[in-house]
Write a protein that binds this ligand. Structure first.
Ligand SMILES: [Fe+2]
Length: 268
């Protein structure tokens, strides 16, 4: 894919609420990390939950480590297992990783994806800095920049037509890196949700709920999005769908409530 100009990128964001950018990792490399994540999921609970710390206390997504979400626990929850990866895990948990190769294998495969995602996001966001001074430094200048990779497996037992309810992401920016199959829909609101074709070696960049706290412009809107199940042949598979997504934010921005990110501001 050809390198996009900044003006193309801005046009795409205004027109369709996301843009496609080149991504250095192949689908196979990402799939390899996801397979290592699935092996990680077979570890005992205490091992799976051992890695846990926060990038920022004011972020819902500042939590690093394994999380299981159950719809019974919260009306906004979808049924899924996910892991929030930050590259600082490798240093902070070096002893633990040496002693647990099943965990280390996943972490080592996630690391190059995290680095490539951060570099891709830096290339996208640097030009925005001219109109919104400080944006770049507020994100990437932090000691532990809020660059979180989320590995998600949606459970097939409870998979419904809509795998993820429509919402805005809670951070400022999102890069969707890869998914097992189609299903992500993006729009301004419920009526404009449109299925996105996501090809190998490209990432989808879109704006999340907090973006206006970093970008000084009223030209843009955050991406309202959901995930639908298009493949009925999921019974017997260990998961309905996987995806790898990168969330970015500035550490000094407070996360919006879940009610706010699950309510479409463009509706009505
Ligand atoms: Fe999302």
């Amino acid at each position: 894919m050809l390198q996009k100009t900044f003006s193309d990128l801005k046009q795409d964001l205004k027109k369709q609420y996301y843009c496609k950018v080149p991504f250095a990792m192949s689908h196979e490399q990402i799939q390899g990390a996801v397979e290592a994540f699935m092996e990680f999921l077979k570890q005992p609970d205490d091992i799976k939950h051992h890695i846990h710390y926060k990038i920022s206390d004011i972020h819902r997504r500042g939590d690093v480590g394994f999380i299981h979400r159950d719809p019974e626990d919260d009306i906004y929850n979808d049924s899924k297992d996910y892991f929030h990866y930050h590259d600082s895990i490798r240093e902070q948990y070096a002893d633990f990783l040496r002693a647990h190769p099943g965990v280390n294998n996943f972490i080592e495969k996630a690391s190059p994806i995290w680095k490539a995602a951060q570099e891709t996001a830096q290339n996208i966001l640097k030009p925005f800095d001219a109109d919104s001074p400080g944006l770049y430094e507020r994100i990437f200048g932090a000691k532990l920049p809020h660059v979180i990779l989320r590995f998600i497996c949606y459970n097939w037992e409870s998979a419904q037509k809509r795998l993820a309810k429509a919402h805005y992401d809670a951070g400022s920016f999102t890069l969707a890196l890869a998914e097992s199959e189609r299903g992500l829909r993006i729009g301004l609101d419920e009526d404009s949700l449109t299925l996105v074709e996501h090809h190998p070696n490209e990432a989808l960049f879109f704006l999340s709920k907090n973006f206006s706290k970093l970008i000084n412009s009223t030209d843009y809107k955050p991406a309202w999005h959901d995930v639908i199940q298009l493949n009925d042949q999921i019974i017997g598979k260990p998961y309905a769908r996987w995806s790898v997504v990168c969330f970015l934010d500035a550490n000094d921005i407070e996360a919006e409530s879940r009610e706010s990110t699950h309510t479409c501001a463009a509706a009505g």
